[in-house]
Design a protein around this ligand. Structure first.
Ligand code: SAM
Length: 262
C-alpha cells in the first residue's frame, strides 16, 4: 500500500467481491474498455481478463510499481501515465481501439467527475459508461422531475443517455475512507450531446426560485408574448418551474425556442 494522494482523489478499493460485481454489472462481453485512474490495479486486473483491449489513463507515475506487472501479464492492456483531461485523449482512444466502440469503466476521482462525463458525452467512440461517483452527484444525474436533485446536470445527461443506478457503495469499502458514499451508475448514449441544448438548460435553470416563464424572459430575453405563446403551444402551465418538466418536454421547448425568429 502506498500513501494515497488526496489531491488526485485516491481512494482505493481492494475488496475482490465488489470489484468483480462492478465488472459483472458492466457486461463487457469481450468489448473494448477504457479505465480512468487504475490506481493500484484492483479493477484493472479483472477488466483485463474480460476486455478485448483495455486502455488506462493514470496520472500518478508512482503507481508503476503496481501497474507494470499487469501490463506485462496482459498483452491486451496499455497504461498511459497522463492526466486524462490534459491531452487529446479522443484521438488516442480512436487510434488505440481502431475506431471501434469502447466502454468506459471507472472508479472516478471525484474532483474530475463532471469533466470526465462531458468528455464521455462528446467522444463518439465511447458508447456506455459504468462509473462510480459520489452519491450526491450520482443522484443528481439519475434524478427525475419534482425531486430536489433534478436540475441542469440531470437534463444535460438524460438528454443524450439512458441512465441507471446499479449499486450503492459505502465509504467504508475504500482505503483511505472518504467523507462520502458512492454509487455505481451506467450511462448509455442514445443521442449526441448538443452544446446549444446544454446552454439552453443553463439559462432555464439559472434562477431556481423563478418560474420557467420568468427565466425565459430574464435569461433568454423573450418578450412576454413569445414566452406565453411558447408555453401555451406546449401545454405547459405558466406557473411551472423548470424542475417540474420532464426531459421530453424540455426538448420540445428547446426545439420550439430554436424556431423563434431572432
Ligand atoms: N481504480 C482504482 C480503485 O478502484 O481502487 C483507483 C480509483 S481512485 C478513486 C482514482 C484514481 O484516478 C487514482 O489512481 C488517481 O491517481 C487517478 N487519477 C486522478 N486524477 C486523474 C486524472 N486527471 N487522469 C488520470 N487519472 C487520474
Amino acid at each position: 500500500m502506498i500513501k494515497a494522494k488526496k489531491r488526485w482523489g485516491q481512494n482505493f478499493i481492494s475488496d475482490r467481491n465488489i470489484l468483480q460485481k462492478i465488472v459483472d454489472l458492466s457486461q463487457i462481453d469481450h468489448q473494448n474498455v477504457l479505465e480512468i485512474g487504475p490506481g493500484m490495479g484492483g479493477l484493472t486486473r479483472i477488466l483485463a481478463k474480460e476486455a478485448k483491449k483495455l486502455l488506462c489513463y493514470e496520472i500518478d507515475e508512482d503507481l508503476h510499481e503496481f501497474l507494470d506487472e499487469i501490463e506485462e501479464k496482459f498483452t491486451n492492456t496499455k497504461i498511459i501515465y497522463q492526466d486524462f483531461l490534459a491531452n487529446d485523449s479522443n484521438s488516442v482512444i480512436k487510434e488505440y481501439f481502431s475506431q471501434e466502440p469502447v466502454i468506459l469503466v471507472s472508479n472516478l476521482p471525484y474532483y474530475i467527475t463532471t469533466q470526465v462525463i462531458m468528455s464521455f458525452l462528446t467522444n463518439s467512440s465511447l458508447q456506455r459508461a459504468i462509473i462510480m461517483v459520489q452519491k450526491e452527484v450520482g443522484e443528481r444525474i439519475i434524478s427525475l422531475p419534482n425531486n430536489k436533485e433534478y436540475g441542469q446536470l440531470s437534463v444535460n445527461i438524460q438528454g443524450s443517455c439512458w441512465v441507471k443506478k446499479l449499486l450503492n457503495i459505502k465509504r467504508g469499502l475504500f482505503n483511505p475512507v472518504p467523507n462520502v458514499d458512492s454509487i455505481l451508475i451506467s450511462l448509455e448514449k442514445y443521442a449526441p450531446l448538443d452544446p446549444e441544448f446544454v446552454n439552453f438548460n443553463r439559462l432555464i435553470f439559472a434562477n431556481k426560485r423563478k418560474t420557467l416563464y420568468n427565466n425565459l424572459l430574464a435569461n433568454l430575453h423573450l418578450s412576454s408574448n413569445q414566452a406565453s405563446q411558447l408555453l401555451m403551444d406546449l401545454k405547459i402551465n405558466s406557473n411551472s418551474r423548470s424542475e417540474q418538466l420532464n426531459i421530453d418536454t424540455i426538448k420540445e421547448l428547446y426545439n420550439s425556442w430554436k424556431k423563434l425568429p431572432n
